[in-house]
Design a protein around this ligand. Structure first.
Ligand SMILES: [Zn+2]
Length: 234
């Protein structure tokens, strides 16, 4: 039976010690694998600490255009460099509880994709990137941000990338705003606030997510072990 896998690379600029961070990322990955069970398996491929012991506080990063931020952009570039530009999802752990106010308040995670190359609507390469704050620890935030990465597909009709989650949109009844990236089902992984019990991923969501260019289809059993010998610096 084919296994759908996504490679994950974790990077730390949160100032926590390495043992704490290794436990943290293992918990985040296992929560993600619980939420996405039967659909996609996330495989932790490498753990990277910053040579300079740099600490980036989430509260210094506004919650919109985070990946264009002058602190974040160079970090993602050196993270990419450190892996040799591997396709996968790059997770950057920041210190502090919340990003600075921007598009929204009290943001503890952000996820999306960046295009590497584009030949045509079916032939393109991208990678995922996620930021997490300390407040995202022990929750399903990483699992949710993985959704933001995997649902981002090129839409031929609209000639652009869209958040193609069949369970959306989330409709904010107070202000009447539609948000394609989320949905209204409190139990679903893509509800704006990630639930404390294992969230649901529907079979339609699973089908779409599996079509992401970041997902690899493998025919062998890939086993269960995080390879923690793979600790590097970036
Ligand atoms: Zn979200």
């Amino acid at each position: 039976m084919a296994t759908y896998t996504v490679d994950v690379y974790a990077f730390f600029v949160n100032g926590a010690d390495s043992r704490t961070n290794i436990d943290r990322v293992k918990q985040d990955i296992s929560n993600a694998n619980r939420a996405w069970k039967g659909c996609i398996k996330f495989v932790l491929k490498g753990i990277y600490f910053r040579k300079s012991k740099l600490i980036v506080n989430a509260s210094s990063i506004p919650a919109d255009k985070v990946f264009k931020n002058r602190q974040i952009d160079p970090l993602i570039k050196s993270a990419r460099n450190a892996t040799g530009n591997k396709i996968g999802i790059y997770v950057l752990y920041l210190s502090g509880d919340y990003l600075a106010e921007g598009r929204a308040r009290k943001v503890i995670g952000v996820g999306g994709t960046e295009l590497v190359s584009f030949k045509n609507s079916t032939d393109y390469k991208l990678f995922g990137r996620v930021l997490l704050t300390d407040k995202a620890a022990g929750r399903y935030t990483l699992a949710h941000e993985f959704g933001h990465v995997l649902f981002n597909h090129y839409n031929v009709m609209r000639k652009k990338f869209i958040h193609d989650d069949p369970s959306g949109p989330y409709i904010n009844s107070q202000i009447g705003r539609r948000d394609r990236a989320h949905n209204n089902d409190r139990k679903n992984l893509m509800f704006p606030i990630s639930p404390s019990v294992t969230p649901i991923v529907t079979s339609q969501q699973c089908q779409i997510a599996k079509m992401s260019k970041i997902v690899r289809v493998q025919n062998d059993d890939i086993g269960n072990n995080h390879d923690l010998k793979n600790i590097h610096f970036f």
